[in-house]
Design a protein around this ligand. Structure first.
Ligand code: NAD
Length: 419
């Protein structure tokens, strides 16, 4: 079996970590049990380009239990848990191509390894695998039955490809399922982004002025968690509706040009580029901390920071680089501007990935079962998948809810409600 991981000797630690995560992934475990009996993915090669974490390992185990021949490569150069990658190879016999801190060349070599697997099904977090297959590997793309996309930025890329007529096979916007973005993007990114910042810096959140760029699902979660930790939160937005929502949720809203002058800690979660750039760095306080939790490392204009500091950068802690500006002030950049929650912490907690990856597993089964009927476009996750995952998650949380009485069913379907 071919693979490329940091060191296979890390496997024992990785296995413990995977098992720890598994304890908090009961919905996925239930699907894994059924998959082991029914083998809905038998005979299919599956290539996953995902963050290589303990939660992903449990998804991969589920796809394998379903009969899939699974290969895994990293979806970000800095998000890999090296011990988990080693355990996947040594303990679960999954060809894995991922090394934390790999350079761009290695990152793309690993994606090519996923293409060489000649997948029938693919899974992406950010669309790099589908993009590479479509652009460079037309023959291999022709074999693909369908593909699942995990994150907002990946779905945006797929919709852009669809609009240009570039899609070669059906894809499913897993990110857009309710059981994914409502919980994973909000509570998962919210908590783990602060976790990454705190682990990297040991900074005190209480009393800090925290500027969050973007009040989407990730931004809402991050803002709420920062407020809960005692920070004064400022939101920047470009969408009037989201800005009103942030204001009515009780946050200060202002343009980045103003926020840059007052903030102590800056977090971007927009999916956009150059959200914090030269004119903002120029007015930031000495000691300001800047980081990103959006998918790509383009939200913070790092080349501008390099220019302003004549490229004088010092690693002062793990995942903290100090840029000494020619003005004399210092700006700290975390995790090289990459997803801070995955680079400096462990990404989302398993309990929330349980829902996202249950959706991934069931959607994969749905794509395989409906392979002859799916047209080449961006599909939504079927509503039954969301309903099933929500119902089982609630059950595993020990929460029961009411059901409609017959009278209520009739009432809700009637037009004479007031009588
Ligand atoms: N760190 C993680 O683990 C993680 C998890 C899920 C999603 N993501 C990524 O986070 C990013 C955001 O995802 P989301 O689900 O919150 O998306 P979203 O579309 O719900 O929200 C993005 C928000 O950013 C705003 N925005 C865009 N450009 C802006 C700018 N220049 N200044 C201020 N605001 C701007 C948009 O108006 C929108 O409200 C994406 O790249 C996504 O892939 C990361």
């Amino acid at each position: 079996m071919e693979y490329d991981v940091r060191s296979i000797d890390l496997a024992a630690d990785g296995k413990k970590r995977i098992e720890w995560a598994d304890r908090n992934m009961p919905v996925l475990a239930r699907i894994r049990e059924r998959f082991a009996q029914e083998r809905p993915l038998a005979g299919l090669r599956i290539a996953c380009c995902l963050h290589v974490t303990s939660e992903t390992a449990n998804l991969v185990r589920t796809l394998k239990a379903g009969g899939g021949e699974v290969l895994l490569c990293a979806s970000n150069p800095l998000s890999t848990q090296d011990d988990v990658a080693a355990a996947l190879v040594a303990e679960y016999q999954v060809p894995t191509f991922a090394i934390k801190g790999e350079d761009n060349k290695t990152y793309y070599r690993h994606i090519i390894a996923a293409c060489d697997h000649k997948p029938h099904v693919t899974m992406d977090d950010g669309c790099d695998l589908v993009f590479t297959l479509t652009r460079d590997r037309a023959d291999d793309a022709a074999n693909v039955i369908g593909s699942m996309e995990e994150t907002t930025t990946g779905v945006m890329r797929l919709r852009a490809m669809e609009a240009k007529g570039e899609l070669k096979f059906p894809v499913v916007a897993v990110n857009d399922a309710d059981c994914k973005h409502l919980f994973d993007n909000r509570y998962g990114t919210g908590q783990s982004t602060l976790d990454g910042i705190i682990r990297a810096t040991n900074t005190l959140m209480a009393g800090k002025k925290v500027v969050i760029a973007g009040y989407g699902w990730c931004g809402r979660g991050t803002a709420t968690r920062a407020r809960g930790a005692g920070s004064n939160v400022i939101i920047t937005e470009i969408d009037p509706l989201r800005a009103i929502e942030a204001a009515m949720d009780g946050f200060l809203v202002m343009p980045m040009a103003e926020a840059a002058r007052v903030g102590d800690l800056f977090i971007t979660v927009t999916g956009n580029k150059n959200v914090i750039r030269r004119e903002h760095f120029e007015v930031m306080k000495d000691g300001a901390i800047v980081c990103n939790s959006g998918h790509f490392n383009v939200e913070v204009d790092i080349p501008a920071l390099e220019l302003l500091s004549n490229n004088v950068r010092k690693g002062v802690r793990r995942f903290v680089d100090a840029y000494q500006l020619t003005s004399g002030r210092t700006i700290y950049l975390l995790a090289e501007g990459r997803l801070v929650n995955l680079a400096a912490a462990e990404g989302h907690p398993a309990a929330v990935m349980d829902m996202s990856f249950a959706v991934q597993a069931l959607t994969t089964e749905w794509v395989v079962r409906n392979r002859d009927n799916l047209d080449v476009r961006v599909h939504d996750v079927p509503h039954e998948v969301d309903e099933y995952v929500a119902a089982i998650k609630l059950q595993t949380m020990g929460i029961r809810i009411d059901t409609l009485t017959d009278e209520q069913v009739k009432y809700l379907a009637s037009s004479d409600m007031g009588t």
